[in-house]
Design a protein around this ligand. Structure first.
Ligand code: ZN
Length: 141
């Protein structure tokens, strides 16, 4: 029995036979379409989604490929670590608040460490909006 016969058998008597679900009907119509195309000697049809040609009755390879690429791109879309950029804030502080300081490039280790410590302290202070609220320690850096 062909898909056409199945359709006629079931839906030709719609007043008495159950119609089934829409997806069941679509499946049967698809089967009938494949049957008609195959009998007509058509080997390829245009995908209704992307328009690419694919074998009659077979899933669209282009759509499958696109879905796979999208899935893999989704995995790779996770943010990669941003390239580390040099923190110039300590150097800026040194230049701004100690005009007699040697240029950052030639500043010794202790000098750099001092301004890096100050830069961190400034950032912490800015983040909290100024002085610490906790006055019990007496440490307001
Ligand atoms: Zn397609």
């Amino acid at each position: 029995m062909s898909a056409r016969d199945d359709l006629l058998d079931e839906y030709g008597h719609a007043d008495t036979a159950p119609l089934g679900t829409l997806s069941e009907l679509k499946q049967k119509l698809d089967a009938y379409r494949v049957e008609v195309l195959t009998e007509a000697g058509v080997q390829y049809e245009d995908c209704t989604v992307c328009g690419a040609a694919h074998s009659v009755g077979k899933p669209c390879g282009t759509c499958e490929f696109n879905a796979r690429m999208a899935a893999e791109a989704g995995v790779k879309a996770t943010p990669e670590a941003a390239p580390a950029t040099e923190d110039t804030f300590p150097a800026w502080l040194a230049q701004r608040f100690d005009p007699n300081s040697p240029p950052w490039d030639v500043l010794d280790h202790d000098g750099r460490t001092y301004w890096q410590h100050e830069a961190a302290a400034v950032r912490r202070a800015v983040a909290r909006g100024g002085f610490k609220n906790d006055t019990t320690t007496g440490d307001n850096t």
